[in-house]
Ligand binder design. Structure first.
Ligand code: MN
Length: 269
């Protein structure tokens, strides 16, 4: 049977992950490789300066002292007996929509899987929703991916609404408007401290977006790719190259270091 890897950013003991494990149990040899503690909003962080030590919790469940992306690296690059055919990250406790996907450890894990060449899905559930329902959605999408694959360099970001879904919509990422800046408070000693993420999220132009779908009670399915290049801007800014190049080369020519021979180390002996 093919190996399927599950991970998340809410930690190995999160109910969302357990629901995912239950829902996908029959899709293959399902392994859980997940962070030992909550890593929400850790983004795409990798642990490079200390060792990762997976701890076996049961036959196919491991906790790791690292991030979701660490877990996917371990799982795909040789820790498991076979290279997985699918990575599923979630079910996240809370939505991952629009611009917020860039902070999400859940989505980052699916990005990591995609970078490593394994079809990957991120699944998130709006607060207050039902994990069993989200699990059924995850199974449906996972089966479709296992059968048909995904376009190259593409992961699927799935968001399940809090009420029973009215259906499913293919969507694009929405754009979040930040109204509140930061919340300033004073601690008991009168010193200021600040909270990020306060205030209500507002969204621009819901039509066709992930946020719009979830807002209308639909499951949102957004294909994301890893090419962050703004191709329109690349065309718009095409004429920068000539001007900046001339300036750069001019400055380099004037710089005293330019053209100087590299300093020789004095020889000893
Ligand atoms: Mn989370």
């Amino acid at each position: 049977m093919s190996v399927v890897v599950l991970t998340n950013d809410d930690g190995v003991h999160a109910p969302g992950l357990a629901a995912l494990e239950k829902a996908l149990a029959e899709l293959g040899e399902v392994y859980v490789v997940a962070p030992e503690r909550e890593q929400s909003a850790c983004g795409h962080a990798l642990t490079l300066h200390r060792p990762l030590r997976p701890l076996r919790l049961s036959e196919r469940r491991f906790s790791v002292n690292g991030t979701p992306s660490d877990c996917v690296n371990l799982a795909v690059l040789g820790f498991l007996p076979e290279t997985p055919v699918l990575v599923v990250s979630g079910i996240n406790h809370g939505a991952n929509l629009g611009d917020d996907v860039t902070y999400s450890g859940t989505v980052a894990a699916a990005m990591e899987g995609t970078i490593l060449g394994v079809p990957s899905i991120a699944v998130s559930l709006v607060d207050g929703g039902d994990f069993e329902t989200a699990g059924r959605v995850a199974r449906l999408v996972a089966m479709r991916v296992l059968v048909g694959g995904l376009p190259g360099n593409t992961l699927l970001n799935v968001n399940v609404p809090s009420q029973p879904p009215r259906g499913l919509r293919m969507t694009r990422l929405g754009h979040r408007v930040y109204k509140e800046k930061i919340v300033e408070q004073a601690d008991p000693r009168g010193r200021s401290h600040y909270w990020l993420g306060g205030g209500e999220a507002r969204w621009d132009d819901l039509e066709g977006t992930d946020m719009g779908a979830v807002h209308d009670g639909y499951v949102s399915l957004t294909p994301l790719h890893l090419d962050l290049t703004n191709h329109r801007a690349l065309a718009q800014l095409g004429d920068w190259q000539g001007g900046l190049n001339a300036q750069l080369l001019n400055e380099t020519r004037r710089s005293p270091r330019a053209g100087a021979a590299p300093k020789r180390k004095p020889r000893s002996g």
